[in-house]
Design a protein around this ligand. Structure first.
Ligand SMILES: *Cc1c(COP(=O)(O)O)cnc(C)c1O
Length: 370
């Protein structure tokens, strides 16, 4: 079946493009894609199995298209987590926040429309733009990887993008956006007729005193805040992302562009069950946050430059030969990430034991060889 002479009529802009993806290598310490290192507890696994069994008995039917139970549970969780009361009708859920974002691009992007963001940032946004024929522009963050609001405001005013995307805490830098800056950006986006999409994939890891954009939903009708169960909930394998829109008309529009019955009954059951265990999972998040702060202190004390992080990973450097350091870590069974900004490495926070192994491996990997 190979070697046919038929030339596939692939979309012109996709010819020669290869699929993106971080390596999924079988190594002992995997700290490269910001996963939660703690698997679900046996108790949660049992509860999930039970809920999936119940769902299985109805799998001859299509799932609840509007995922009403799940969206109510998500709204309840957000209320408890952030102190903001969220109406389930304003919540959207999909297969990972990647799909939520894809839906937003389908609804608000498109030919002749612009999405803009501030980089270095999440490497998947350009792909959603490409898939939806949306023009995409990345404006640079400052040397501390913050969004320089004084420079961003005129850009937002002039470009009049359909979508302004800000990631907070940002990936790969860990940088969170201070609330006054977020308010300034939202105000400018509103005046420019732009949606402001805040990607809060790492919100639960933010440090004490760092607010969530959820607090601004009542003030900015153009605001959408996106979250995920992939990181804090340790449920990356289940694929459940969600968003809250200030204007519930956003949810109505997303219903237009989603595929029919996009969220399976199994996924809905798994996510709803995990939400009932939010308290247990929050305790793990607390451990990860303190491990993060300890690792940041250790890295700085060991002579590395560390970007302050509100997420479950740390970007550090600065290396002349980061590829060499990365490889020597891998040789020692520790897989981390070479993020977009040259000279830096990014490590996800693992269990205390994994973090120790990373520390030892890093010292060896950066020791001078003579
Ligand atoms: C990990 C991550 C996500 C999560 O994607 P899912 O599809 O929910 O797994 C979203 N945004 C950013 C910035 C991320 O780093």
């Amino acid at each position: 079946m190979t070697g046919s002479m038929f030339e596939l009529p692939v979309r012109d802009d996709l010819v020669g493009v290869t699929a993106y993806g971080a390596p999924q290598l079988e190594v002992q310490v995997r700290l490269n894609v910001n996963e939660n290192p703690y698997p679900p507890t046996a108790e949660l696994a049992d509860a999930i199995a039970e809920s999936v069994r119940t769902a299985a008995l109805g799998l001859n039917r299509y799932p609840d298209r509007d995922a009403l139970d799940l969206r109510a549970s998500l709204a309840g969780y957000l209320g408890a987590e952030s102190g903001v009361s969220v109406d389930p009708a304003h919540v959207w859920a999909a297969n990972g926040s990647n799909e939520v974002m894809h839906h937003l691009f389908l609804a608000f992007g498109g030919p002749g429309r612009l999405a803009l963001t501030f980089g270095p940032t999440y490497s998947m946004y350009p792909e959603y733009a490409r898939d939806t024929f949306t023009e995409f522009a990345v404006y640079p963050r400052n040397d501390a990887f913050e969004i320089d609001v004084a420079r961003a405001l005129p850009i937002i005013a002039e470009r009049r993008a359909a979508m302004v995307i800000v990631t907070s805490p940002n990936n790969p830098t860990g940088t969170a956006l201070p609330q006054p800056d977020l308010i300034a950006l939202a105000t400018a986006a509103l005046a420019a007729g732009s949606m402001l999409i805040v990607d809060e994939a790492y919100a639960e890891f933010r440090r004490e005193g760092t607010p969530s954009a959820l607090e601004l939903l009542g003030r900015f009708p153009n605001l959408v805040v996106s979250r995920t169960m992939s990181k804090a909930f340790g449920l990356a394998g289940a694929r459940l992302g969600y968003a809250v829109a200030a204007d519930f008309a956003v949810v109505d529009t997303l219903k237009v562009v989603r595929l029919p019955y996009h969220l399976s009954a199994v996924t809905q059951a798994v996510a709803s069950t995990a939400l009932r265990y939010a308290d247990v999972l929050q305790a793990q998040v607390a451990v990860l946050r303190s491990e993060r702060d300890a690792l940041a202190t250790w890295l700085a004390g060991s002579g590395f430059t560390v970007v302050e992080s509100d997420a479950n990973f740390i970007m550090f450097g600065i290396f002349d030969d980061r590829a060499g350091v990365w490889q020597r870590l891998l040789d020692r069974g520790v897989l981390i990430r070479q993020p977009e900004p040259e000279g830096w490495l990014r490590v996800s926070i693992g269990t205390p034991d994994e973090n120790d192994r990373f520390r030892r491996a890093l010292l060896e990997a950066t020791a001078s060889s003579d």
